[in-house]
Design a protein around this ligand. Structure first.
Ligand code: BGC
Length: 256
């Protein structure tokens, strides 16, 4: 069978569930991205209902890659920082394969961590430097997501947003949600981000750091204030990365 050139990715976040058809050759969206608010509480059942609605709206019946903001091992969610705690222990593949079945046939799905999906997407379709050597990709959003890669190959489920820093999770101090909440200027926030990056550098010594998430769109406003002694550059796919990485993951049989 010829390799699929169109896929579909769904990115489950703390506030929105987003999905789009993806051109797997270029990494671009085909048509509109659909966004539906994340139900509260964001239980597995409620979230999978919304994903089903999203796919119905998109009229997509093929394989689906799905990201969750959680550690995923053997398709089982092992953490739940920004979603309902009832995800822990949930077999995500089983949940979505059944809830998204087409005419009674379980859907082909791949479920992976959101930042890992973003890392895979940036490596496949983004700046070529992302697939060169030891790279740390970070996504700044509600939390701080991380993907560790060597020559584009992923070490899954790193959770650097939860590094204690020094007394609380790094993401509770320097995510972009914190920037909004505390009304920090770009300069003030970049100072915090620099401190966090320095800590990551001290321990992991990546050759370069890629910063993603919505706020990377405005990188020119805060990037110049970063003081870390490392090659840092913004992600190319930014908010698209989770969806694109998910769509590519199901095609490639990535099942962390
Ligand atoms: C979660 C990670 C996720 C990150 C970004 C963190 O709170 O623990 O799994 O990648 O947020 O959404």
């Amino acid at each position: 069978m010829a390799e699929a050139t169109t896929g579909f990715g769904v990115d489950i976040g703390g506030s929105g569930i987003k999905g789009a058809r993806v051109d797997l050759v270029t990494g671009e969206f085909i048509g509109e991205r659909i966004k539906i608010l994340t139900p509260q509480p964001a239980t597995p059942e409620a979230v999978s209902d919304v994903v089903a609605e999203l796919l119905a709206q998109a009229e997509w019946e093929g394989p689906v890659g799905i990201t969750v903001p959680a550690v995923v091992q053997n398709q089982i969610a092992r953490s739940a920082a920004n979603i309902d705690p009832s995800w822990i222990g949930t077999d995500c593949a089983e949940l979505f394969a059944n809830r998204l079945a087409v005419n009674g046939v379980p859907r082909s799905v791949a479920v992976l961590n959101d930042a890992d999906a973003a890392g895979l997407a940036e490596a496949a379709y983004g700046d070529p430097r992302v697939r060169d050597g030891a790279v740390l990709l970070l996504t700044f959003g509600t939390g701080i997501g991380s993907a560790l890669m060597v020559n584009g190959v992923l070490y899954p489920n790193s959770e650097l947003g939860h590094l204690l820093f020094p007394a609380m999770d790094a993401e509770h101090w320097a995510s972009s949600a914190v920037k909004e909440r505390e009304d920090l200027s770009y300069r003030e926030w970049a100072r915090r981000v620099s401190r966090v990056l320095e800590e990551y550098l001290r321990i992991l010594n990546p050759q370069r750091i890629v910063v993603g998430g919505g706020v990377s769109r405005k990188y020119e406003k805060w990037g110049p204030f970063l003081t870390v002694d490392a090659e840092v550059f913004p992600a190319v796919l930014r908010n698209r990365a989770g969806i694109v990485g998910a769509a590519a993951a199901v095609r490639d049989g990535v099942r962390p």
